[in-house]
Design a protein around this ligand. Structure first.
Ligand SMILES: *[C@@H]1O[C@H](CO)[C@@H](O)[C@H](O)[C@H]1NC(C)=O
Length: 313
């Protein structure tokens, strides 16, 4: 009996060896968390575990600005995004498991930061990028405060008033993707992050950004149908409130409150293809998806997307 068991065990072991040699392990995954979260919060760890159930054996790296969880959380609010993306590029290039390429998932602001990585660095190379509720065309309002949260309201007003000042642009993360449609020229002059990765300044357009973004296999853009945190929520699909230059299109568009929303395919960024998005879309590789619910309610929709767009070689 004992020897039979041993033989079976050996056969099984041999079989899995052969199997392992034939079936490559899943493509690795990089995740960048959202605002208010950290690289290893309970929610992030749980999400990683759920992905490992879908793709057994997958290598996952959760991006960090600081290994310390509190400091990492703080870095979501305060710091310089250009520097953070540069730091992450260095981090990814130092991880052996990622050197043959990886898929990536960005939560909320982590989504546009990963897109900046692709455009500016992309070494090692990203394969598929999924962004959940990200602010690709920025936000045109700072999220509202609770009714009697006066401290929040004061801070919010101060941020809005000084958002294009030097200090805010160097130190407040949200200011670096705040795109105020009624102060567009000021935004264009002062903003060094979003205006840069969207190639909005004609004299600074960088063809490398477009080349790199178009080299993605798939760009999966997920909007949350009831998102009230991201204003406007269409930013997750490269939509934005009309700026004065867009008014020729605005009249044909549905209004949200008193604001006209310009969808991706009518944005000059798209029609003139400043960042390779149109090229990617015309190839059929921009996937517009939606999840039911408020900002980052992933419950009913992450699994299907992770099955389709993560881990395949
Ligand atoms: C364009 O972007 C690439 C990648 O980040 C960079 O190496 C290059 O210096 C940039 N070119 C210009 C003209 O700024």
């Amino acid at each position: 009996m004992l020897s039979l068991a041993l033989i079976i065990a050996t056969a099984v072991a041999f079989h899995s060896l052969v199997y392992a040699a034939v079936v490559p392990s899943p493509r690795p995954l990089v995740i960048w968390h959202g605002l208010g979260d950290s690289h290893s919060s309970p929610g992030m760890v749980e999400f990683g575990d759920m992905i490992k159930e879908v793709h057994p054996g997958i290598f996952i790296h959760s991006v960090y600005i600081d290994k310390d969880l509190d400091a990492d959380r703080k870095a979501g609010f305060y710091g310089n995004v250009d520097e953070q993306v540069a730091l992450v590029a260095e981090q990814l290039s130092s991880i052996p498991e990622l050197q043959e390429g990886f898929d990536a998932i960005g939560f909320s602001q982590g989504g546009q930061f990963l897109r900046a990585y692709v455009e500016r660095y992309n070494s090692p190379k990203m394969h598929n990028l999924i962004t959940f509720g990200s602010q690709h065309m920025g936000i045109s309002d700072i999220p509202l405060c609770a009714r009697f949260d006066f401290l929040c309201q004061v801070a919010r007003r101060a941020t809005k008033a000084a958002v294009y000042g030097d200090w805010a642009q160097q130190n407040l993360i949200q200011a670096q993707y705040f795109r105020n449609p009624s102060a567009y020229p000021t935004y264009l002059r002062a903003n060094h992050f979003l205006a840069s990765i969207n190639n909005e300044r004609p004299e600074e357009r960088n063809v490398t950004y477009a080349h790199n973004l178009a080299s993605l296999n798939k760009l999966v853009l997920v909007v949350f149908t009831e998102d009230r945190t991201v204003v406007p929520k269409e930013s997750s699909w490269f939509g934005s409130e009309a700026i004065p230059d867009d008014m020729q299109f605005a009249v044909q568009q549905p209004f949200v409150g008193d604001k006209a929303i310009i969808p991706m395919r009518l944005q000059p960024l798209y029609t003139e293809d400043w960042i390779g998005l149109r090229k990617l879309d015309e190839r059929g590789d921009v996937v517009l998806e939606s999840c039911q619910g408020e900002h980052m309610q992933l419950g009913g929709c992450w699994e299907r997307l992770v099955r389709s767009f993560v881990g395949h070689n």
